[in-house]
Design a protein around this ligand. Sequence first.
Ligand code: URA
Length: 209
Amino acid sequence: MSKAIVIDHPLVQHKLTLMRRKETSTANFRRLLREISTLLAYEVTRDLALETETIETPLATIQAPVLSSKKLCLVSILRAGNGLLDGMLDLIPSARVGHVGLYRDPATLQAVEYYCKLPSDIGERLAIVLDPMLATGHSAVAALDRIKTRGAKNIKFVCLVAAPEGVKTLQAGHPDVPIYAAAVDSHLNDHGYIVPGLGDAGDRLFGTK
Ligand code: URA
């Protein structure tokens, strides 16, 4: 069973509350998502391996820590995943970026793929898969299936708000993939929306409601 890690940092929790408010504007929602994603990037990269290299400061020669593997790939699940990209890239600018396009069939709530573009060497990278809302978990499972088919072996999943149902489905489908979330909410409603959640993350991010 994979780990589900709730990031309870006060800044993350405060910003998430601002995002949940129904009166928060599109511009503020977008800015807050970007800010939170930087904080999430900090947590999800916490266990990256370090090695030492010899450097000279103005005063001395020392063995100093540097990342031993800079190979990362952020994978956005379209379209709301794009809202988590820029804040993460601020912190890890050399990361590659992949996109997986899935939509939810409104009748079955199953994920249907319409786009996939990933770096060819994704198998050598830590893939950090991004989707603000982990609802039923069907899109996440389908995206991870696809990414694994393309060779990814080392994967983490990052969302903002998860439903218990989505966490369970993702853990069952991909027990090797740890889940990072700012909150695990109460439940899904009959339309597959997370309650209390924050509504449709894509619509709130792009102002398409
Ligand atoms: N997708 C969203 O954007 N919001 C939800 O609550 C569930 C899925």
